[in-house]
Design a protein around this ligand. Structure first.
Ligand code: DOR
Ligand code: ZN
Ligand code: ZN
Length: 421
């Protein structure tokens, strides 16, 4: 099958490309890039006014499959991905059962074959995410896991963290770390600061994250191993990562669209859709994250897509942490970073860099690469209506907001998986 995308602004950070041209896809691969390519036998897509970029790579997604499929499952999660321009994703292992056995990993990857995106999974560092007993990392790799994480929690026992960091490079696994000091965070529901004090709601101090980030960096540095820091939300963590990079520590890091566009002010509504962990922080933190993206301290933007049902989110004080994000990630990011990052830099953070960090075949439009493409209108404004989203859950912190930038078409392995035109 041939598809010709005509006259699009093709942006591919992997080739330093930002130019209006045509893009020919054939048999699930990128076949040709150039001006006025011949259209014969091809399905023609008019890309005029649209950006064509490598499909987004979301390296932090809670698919909830197996065991929590009332919130999301691999198929609904990948429909949400497609609607957001995401063609590859990394699933987090806090499922039920947790992704700590080869059987669970194999079963998810098997189910994912029929989904609308490339699903990769992280496996647990420790058995049942309990932080004490190391999982069989080699067996998990053999089963198809590409990363390790205890996400949802830190690896509680630092000795286990170090063992995982030691083993991971030779196994070809990326360790992605949820950085949190559980004692400092205990009982907190939102960022600890002026607003939490005004509301009388227990807070999670920035130090809970920063102490975790410092531990992770120190552990990785002590053995020269790489580590990836998840969902950075504080100015302090940006500074720690910047310093570590300057010292040659092999650290990479991601932040999330909600930290770039929202602050703890949103919590004044006492609506649990604005509650996630780490929590929305202050304006000062938000600006530090943008600076971190600009100077390369932060390599990637990932969503931490964390679906929960409306019933679970109904009570502000009792609701679980997390918000969905895949369908809004590009729009929220473009809205937050307008005038701060170029489009090429945004695609780099949302596709090329996460693909490189994970070592997966994505994030590029080079001839011969998988035909995973997102077409979007960077100027189109739209209002987020939770009822119109494609996943199972509705807990978006962007509800009712006008965002600028809209996915028009998502192509996965040469096949249109979402058409929002
Ligand atoms: O907000 C969050 N939601 N943070 C986490 O660490 C876990 C995640 C979830 O699984 O819901
Ligand atoms: Zn986490
Ligand atoms: Zn997470």
């Amino acid at each position: 099958m041939r598809t010709l995308i005509q006259n699009a602004r093709v942006i591919d950070p992997s080739q330093g490309l930002d130019q209006v041209m045509d893009l020919l896809l054939e048999d699930g691969k990128i076949a040709q890039l150039g001006k006025s390519l011949p259209a014969q036998n091809a399905q023609v897509i008019d890309g005029t006014g649209l950006v064509a970029a490598p499909g987004l790579v979301d390296m932090h997604v809670h698919l909830r499959d197996p065991g929590l499929t009332h919130k999301e499952d691999v198929y609904s999660g990948c429909r949400a991905a497609a609607a957001g321009g995401v063609t590859s994703l990394l699933a987090m292992p806090n499922t039920k059962p947790a992704m700590d056995s080869p059987e669970t990993v194999r079963a998810l990857l098997e189910r994912a074959q029929a989904a609308d995106a490339a699903v990769y999974t992280a496996a647990c560092v420790t058995k049942d995410l309990q932080g004490e007993e190391l999982a069989d990392l080699a067996a998990l790799k053999e089963a198809g896991a590409i990363a390790l994480s205890d996400d949802g929690r830190p690896v509680v026992n630092t000795r286990r963290l170090l063992e995982a960091l030691e083993q991971a490079p030779s196994l070809g696994l990326t360790v992605t770390a949820h950085c949190e000091d559980l004692c400092l965070a205990a009982g907190g529901l939102m960022h600890e600061g002026e607003i939490s004090r005004k509301l009388g709601v227990p807070g999670i101090p920035a130090a809970a994250e920063d102490c975790g980030t410092a531990r992770e960096i120190a552990a990785a540095a002590s053995i020269g191993a790489p580590i990836h820091i998840c969902h950075v939300s504080t100015k302090g963590s940006v500074a720690l990562i910047r310093d570590a990079k300057a010292r040659g520590v092999k650290v990479t890091a991601e932040t999330c669209p909600h930290y770039l566009l929202l602050t703890d002010k949103a919590l004044e509504s006492q609506d649990a859709d604005y509650r996630m962990n780490p929590p929305l922080r202050t304006e000062e933190d938000r600006l530090a994250l943008i600076e971190g993206l600009q100077d390369g301290t932060l390599d990637a933007i990932a969503t931490d897509h964390a679906p929960h049902t409306p019933q679970e989110k109904a009570d502000f004080l009792k609701a679980p942490n997390g918000s969905i994000g895949m369908e809004t990630s590009l729009a929220a990011t473009l809205t937050a970073l307008e005038g701060e990052l170029t489009l090429l830099q945004v695609i780099e953070k949302m596709s090329t860099n996460p693909a490189r960090i994970l070592g997966i075949p994505a994030g590029t439009l080079q001839v011969g690469a998988n035909a995973d493409v997102v077409l979007f209108d960077p100027e189109k404004k739209w209002v987020v209506d939770p009822e119109k989203l494609h996943g199972k859950s509705k807990n978006t912190p962007f509800k009712g907001m006008e965002l600028k930038g809209k996915v028009a078409l998502t192509i996965f392995r040469g096949r249109i998986v979402y058409d929002g035109r």
